[in-house]
Ligand binder design. Structure first.
Ligand SMILES: NC(=O)c1ccc[n+]([C@@H]2O[C@H](COP(=O)([O-])OP(=O)(O)OC[C@H]3O[C@@H](n4cnc5c(N)ncnc54)[C@H](O)[C@@H]3O)[C@@H](O)[C@H]2O)c1
Length: 241
């Protein structure tokens, strides 16, 4: 019997580096996983692999979010855990960013997280858990990643505190994980010399792995963290203390 047997979990950004590792870890613990991402091919393939429900969702579209959430909720009857990985990065400096890109980063990272939480909460029974994904950049201002990304992740961190207060009377917990530099396709957006310097920024002297983030999600998704809400888990190898 897994730690999430009989639980339904919805993961956005599910086919990305951290998302796919987490989907596999959740399924291995017995969860039925709603695999939500914007790319149909990857979404269907991963859902098939773990026996989950494919949900082709663009988190910036209220209609798309509602359709995906309603599909999973009507199929499974409830959603016990929501994990919001969907995100994009713009590594440029603040004087290089254009207004459209600034808005796009906030649309996906902040508005998308809010839309997903708002749509899922009505389907969550007491005891449910929401895990949002901030970033070390949202605490430190971003060193390699750009200003819009860092500001958007600071917004996700603060939003999670509002969310935790809103959801607590319903018996729902909400916490945020702030990863440091993790080895995923997102790092491909940075110049090679920037990626090469990333391990040296961490006290542990290396990049993190997607499965180390998946382990943190499992902790926040289960009753192992039953007295935690509105909290931040900094999983960064000591790159920001
Ligand atoms: N990799 C890192 O070092 C790092 C560090 C800190 C925080 N993060 C955050 O962790 C999360 C996961 O990142 P990752 O490293 O796995 O990146 P990734 O690029 O591998 O995955 C991101 C996923 O989000 C999906 N996505 C993008 N826009 C979407 C949209 N509009 N609707 C639905 N899905 C969409 C992509 O298709 C992709 O599968 C992101 O929020 C990212 O900002 C990453």
């Amino acid at each position: 019997m897994g730690r999430l047997t009989d639980r339904t979990v919805l993961v956005t950004g599910a086919t990305g580096g951290m998302g796919a590792a987490t989907v596999r870890a959740l399924a291995a613990e017995g969860a039925h996983v709603g695999v939500a991402d914007i790319s149909p091919d990857l979404t269907f393939a991963l859902a098939r692999e773990v026996g989950g429900t494919p949900l082709v969702v663009d988190v910036t579209s209220p209609d798309s979010v509602t359709a995906g959430v309603e599909t999973l909720a009507s199929e499974q009857g409830r959603i016990d855990v929501l994990v919001n990985f969907a995100g994009i990065v713009d590594p440029r400096r603040m004087d290089e960013i254009d207004p459209e890109s600034w808005s796009r980063v906030f649309d996906v990272n902040v508005r998308g997280t809010w839309l997903m939480c708002t749509a899922v909460i009505p389907h969550m029974p007491p005891g449910s858990s929401i895990v949002n994904i901030g970033s070390r950049a949202g605490l430190a201002g971003g060193t390699t990643s750009g200003a819009s990304y860092a500001a958007s992740k600071a917004a996700v961190i603060c939003f999670t505190k509002s969310l935790a207060k809103f959801a607590a009377p319903k018996g729902i917990r909400a916490n945020v994980i702030n990863p440091g530099c993790i080895e995923t396709p997102m790092l491909d957006h940075f110049p090679p010399e920037v990626v090469a310097a990333m391990p040296g920024q961490a006290a542990l002297g290396r990049l993190g792995t997607p499965s180390e983030i998946a382990d943190s999600v499992l902790f926040l998704a289960t009753d192992a963290s039953s007295f935690m809400t509105g909290a931040q888990l900094n999983v960064n190898g000591g790159s920001h203390m």
